[in-house]
Design a protein around this ligand. Sequence first.
Ligand code: B12
Ligand code: SF4
Length: 462
Amino acid sequence: MIKRRLRIALVSPKGPLYRHRGGIFGKSLRYKPLTLPTLAALVPPELGAEVVCIDEGIADIDTGIDVDLVGMTVITGTAPRAYSLAAEFRSRGIPVVLGGPHVTLVPDDAQPHADSVVVGYAEDEWPRLLRDFVRGELKPRYVQAPGLDLARRPPPDRSVLPSSRYLTSNVFEATRGCVHNCDFCVVPAAWGRKPLHRPVGEVVDDIRRQRARQAIFIDLNLIAHKDYAAELFTALVPLRLQWYGLATTLLCDDLPLLDLAARSGCRGLLMGLESISATNLQASSKAFNSPENYHRVVERLHERRIALQGCFVFGMDDDTPEVFLETARFAVDAGIDLPRFAILTPFPGTALYRRLDGEQRILTRNWELYDGQHAVFQPARMTVEQLVRGTESAWKHAYRWSSMASRLRRTAAPWHVALTTNIGYRFYANNLHRFYSCDGWMDPLSAASGRRAEPAPLELVS
Ligand code: B12
Ligand code: SF4
């Protein structure tokens, strides 16, 4: 009898914004994700498995696909889509494994929708699960034990997704986790506060194999461990890369490290500035950010030709209806190259979620709305409508022509790059309402004005 080769489908389900049809991210804003390539590379070679990867951000999924096992990566906003796909596969007798940030934060939410869930990083547990599966011994839950070592892991297999559909495949990961404990952040809640590192030599090898001239680091805080960051930046210098990544404002207090980052080819950083209210920052355990230093942060970056994508969130307890324009004006005045504005999202499993839940301010548990674009909780000093409309008005202010001209005059990015990214964001700012309406929930165009929202029924989880 010929034994059939094991076939595994790895799926990244779509969200309201990040989807193949009707989403807001065109190719120009989309880079190749690392999750599926990382999971594909971890499939034990001795299983001889065939792995098919489907990113619903770029392609439609065929739920009639002939596979033996489906693995899906789940963030909170994509959980309903993941659960509905899982139901379809399972109805055809195909076992489904769920993993990723949402599953790690609230495994009991995902468990009923899967044959097995993987909690935490999967470097050890995914191969273990697959070996159990082929032996017919799949367990309902696999939990990554503490002390994970990222050394000597296979590099992501980027060939599993079609490069032509993404702006770039040169996406890299050096570290995981963060030392800080911001109350809204998924990272300390899901993975703890001990950062993990890939050995610098392995990161450099990965970049060399890709022959990358430009690189994006997806690490949420590249400077979480400063000695590691210094070692990494030093090793990047000879590669003559231009790279983009994420860091905290603390980088600008450490001038030798900032100089080294610039010398290593850093050309753009995303920083969570979050709020121009020190009270807000204090209350969310992010007091290491100080709004009075934000102008200096921009200056120090610009002096080194590093552009700043500065991210703000609205809806913290000290925010009033005045905060939107004040923040947008501040962003323009400070010369932030690409300001971004999100609505505070209490992702389940975070300290923020627990607090708001305790105060009975969570308005819905429809996870699809947990995407940074919807107001899912009752703000303290404004209505839900004001929060949604105000966020949109901040986008519009920051990306109107006069604001753009003011910021572009001082930008650290090459002029054509600054112009095209700003125009892309201007489109985003003016079209957000088209993509907001998962189910009409507080769609800014249809929202009634002024009134405090009544709490919606709590669906999905108790
Ligand atoms: C790159 C990135 C993106 C990219 C690409 C997304 C993608 N599909 O890969 C882009 C820019 C498109 C993006 C968009 C968004 N993102 Co994003 N993103 C990230 C980021 C920075 C890195 C993800 C990554 O590649 N990590 C590297 C891989 C190897 O790690 P991993 O995905 O965690 O996978 C490991 C484990 O989790 C596990 N695992 C994961 N999936 C599975 C599945 C199975 C079957 C198994 C066994 C294991 C497993 O195994 C892997 C190896 O250990 C993370 C933050 C972070 N560091 O995790 C945020 C993060 C995932 N994003 C987040 C959010 C909120 C968003 C947006 C909603 C933001 C927005 N408002 O637009 C959108 C929504 C996108 C969508 N799908 O609809 C949140 C999710 C929080 C949550 N609870 O939902 C995160 C955690 C950031 C944060 N701190 O809040 N994002
Ligand atoms: S500094 Fe950034 S990555 Fe670290 S816990 Fe705070 S928000 Fe999360």
